[in-house]
Structures are given as C-alpha cells and as structure tokens.
Design a protein around this ligand. Structure first.
Ligand SMILES: Cc1cc2nc3c(=O)[nH]c(=O)nc-3n(C[C@H](O)[C@H](O)[C@H](O)COP(=O)(O)O)c2cc1C
Length: 199
C-alpha cells in the first residue's frame, strides 16, 4: 500500500481496548519516532511508558492543576467535574499510555528570543516524531490518539512520574486494540483553495 494511503487511513481512534501493547511493540514505535526529522541532527524527545500503578497519582496531580485553571476561568463546578472525570478516564483506561517529552539536548542556548525559536524547532520535530508513532500504530491495526493535557500540567506530570527537571512533558498517546464500534469524527475534505496560496 502507498504511503499516501497509509497517511489518509490514519485516524484518531478513541475507542480502545486491552490488552496493553507488549514492551517490544512500544519499543518498535519509539524506534520509529526516533527517525523523525529534527533540528541540528538532534533527537530531543523522550518517551515514558506509564504503568497502570502510576495512573491514579498522575490523574490526581494533573486534575489539581486543571481544576485550579478552571477555577480561575470561572468554569462552573459541575462542568469542572465532568471534564476532570473524562480526563481521568482517559488516563486510567488507556491500555497503553505513552508520554512524550522534549529535552533541550543539542539546542542552541541563545540568551535572546532565538531561544524560543530553538524550542519551537524542537516542538516541530516532536510533532513529526508523534506522527511516526500514530502512522505506524494505524498500519499495525492498533488504535491510538493524541492527548494534549500534559502540555498544560508539566510540573504535575513530572512530579507524579519522578521525571528529570529538564524533561518537558508535551503529550500522551493512548494506544490499544481498536474497539470495532468506534467511529472516528468526519474529516473535512481537503480545501486546497483555502490552504494553499501561490505568490
Ligand atoms: C497537538 C494536538 C493535540 C491534540 N489533542 C487532543 C486531545 O487532547 N484529545 C483528543 O481526543 N484528541 C486530540 N488530538 C487529536 C485531534 O483531535 C485529531 O487529530 C483531529 O481531530 C483530526 O482527526 P484525525 O486524527 O482522526 O484525523 C490532538 C491532536 C494534535 C495534533
């Protein structure tokens, strides 16, 4: 099958079932992530395969951060509870929960605004690394989806998992076997008139 078909066929599959991926399956996906294009010939990514034992502590720590944010935003309490319960379910029920982090390895340490650009390069490469995982999981018949919550709760994630201070949590990928009943959202048709201009 062509790469184009593989790219088109990948969807976010949020209906996941066990069993968790074997360690070798996780390592195969991470090895593919490590082939992503990256700035300055670096590999500024780290991945954590999070065991079920840690999930409650992790969901509680992330939830405390999110609750404080929602309180500041004036989100009604009942809405907070629904959002937190849904997030906890995603963390606790993912058969495999893989956290992706960025590290500043090999980035140029500018004292001025260029540091933000360097970090931006690393974040761009992180997206490429994650896409490798999502594509390969899809082609292996697995279900997978991206969860962005760790980016909003870096300190909580780092402390719940005992990660090094330099590891900047970016996102989870939840992985598992596909629930055949899960239907992905409709995907808009490409609208090249809107997305491409020529000058
Ligand atoms: C940076 C980023 C953050 C995302 N965050 C979430 C998320 O927190 N929860 C979720 O269910 N999906 C998340 N997604 C998945 C998108 O919702 C999904 O890719 C998009 O709706 C297109 O659907 P598709 O992946 O099936 O093509 C995220 C994707 C990206 C790239």
């Amino acid at each position: 099958m062509s790469i184009d078909d593989a790219i088109r066929r990948r969807r976010s599959i949020r209906g996941l079932q066990g069993p968790p991926l074997e360690p070798a399956e996780v390592e195969r996906l991470v090895a593919l992530a490590l082939t992503a294009p990256a700035p300055h010939h670096t590999q500024p990514w780290r991945f954590v395969d999070i065991s079920p034992d840690r999930r409650d502590t992790l969901a509680t720590a992330m939830g405390a951060t999110w609750r404080a944010d929602m309180e500041r935003d004036g989100v009604p309490r009942a809405q907070q509870e629904r959002a937190l319960a849904r997030s906890r379910r995603q963390v606790e029920e993912a058969p495999t929960l893989l956290l992706g982090c960025l590290v500043p390895d090999g980035l140029r340490r500018y004292e001025d605004d260029r540091w933000r650009a360097e970090w931006g390069l690393a974040q761009q490469s992180f997206g490429a690394a994650m896409q490798n995982i999502l594509l390969s999981a899809s082609e292996a018949g697995l279900g997978a989806f991206w969860i962005s919550a760790p980016l909003y709760a870096g300190d909580a994630v780092r402390s719940a998992l005992g990660l090094d201070a330099e590891w900047a949590p970016q996102a989870f990928i939840a992985l598992g076997r596909r629930d055949a009943a899960y239907q992905p959202f409709d995907r808009p048709e490409p609208d090249l008139g809107r997305h491409v201009v020529r000058r």
